[in-house]
Design a protein around this ligand. Sequence first.
Ligand SMILES: [Zn+2]
Length: 328
Amino acid sequence: MMHAFQLSFALAMAALQPALPGDAPALDFPVECVVGESCLIQKLFDHDPGPGRHDYRCGLLTTNGHDGVDIRLRTMADMRTGFAVIAAAPGTVLRTRDGEPDRSVDDHAVLDGKDAGNAVVIDHGGGWQTQYSHLRQGSIGVRPGQRVGSGERIGLIGLSGNTEFPHLHFTVRHRGEAVDPFIGNVAPSPCNDKAQATGLWTPAAARLLRYQPSVVITGGLASTVPPRAVAERDPPPGLAGQQAPLILWVDTIGARAGDRQHFSITGPDGQVVHEQELLVEGGGLSWFAYSGKRAPATGWPKGRYTGRYLLKRGGTNVAAIETSETIK
Ligand SMILES: [Zn+2]
């Protein structure tokens, strides 16, 4: 029999516990890629019920109403290489759709309500489902009714449906409601910059998904400013020759107004041939920036050029990239 003291203690402990997500599945990271190397986290779940947006850390790595996590590849070439999308937890395949072409919505693709593109929905029981969207055409290797284990390959990252860059849109639902996998189906606590939520993720997945407020997606040296949408999907070829301009361009996630960007280009002999510091004026989810210089009258010397970009916030370097090209 429990003493009154023990009972009240137990009740007090129960009150201290957050509501448990019940039979929520533990989620593995759903792509065979290395975050920060072969893939990046572009967007998180939007916790702002109104027209604004904020992710689980009160950052701006989301768009209004975004109901999942976007795991992106850096380029179209990476998509063609093929990165496997895997089941985040054991379950039964509920639905699949394939046959949608891989093309950017920038290219006036007609979606016809098929915003998810090629997709797989897996049922994990207890009202929990995961959905894997924008998969590569013809890549889906599972069928409805099939049992899948955690980590089992179900398709490849693609560019089908409502997307401008190759990525997996990963949605978790509980009884039909989208849930932020970084939180689970408990009320999100007030934003705490220092906390690192693990939510429904396995410890290994949570480590991979460490919150990164700013990261460079890609960048390069070019002779003309590449159209942003093209740069975002397929970096343009490098340098045209000795008489062409020398431009360092970058595409960044999570730059903030007031950040300082340092651009520098060094020539074949290691000398700095161009240097500029530019303030980030807009910033936000995506930030495309460039800086460059016309060729000198005598032309650029032949050889290898290296561009370096550094994004600074206060006294801290928050993102960087180094990229090289040769003038032949
Ligand atoms: Zn998305």
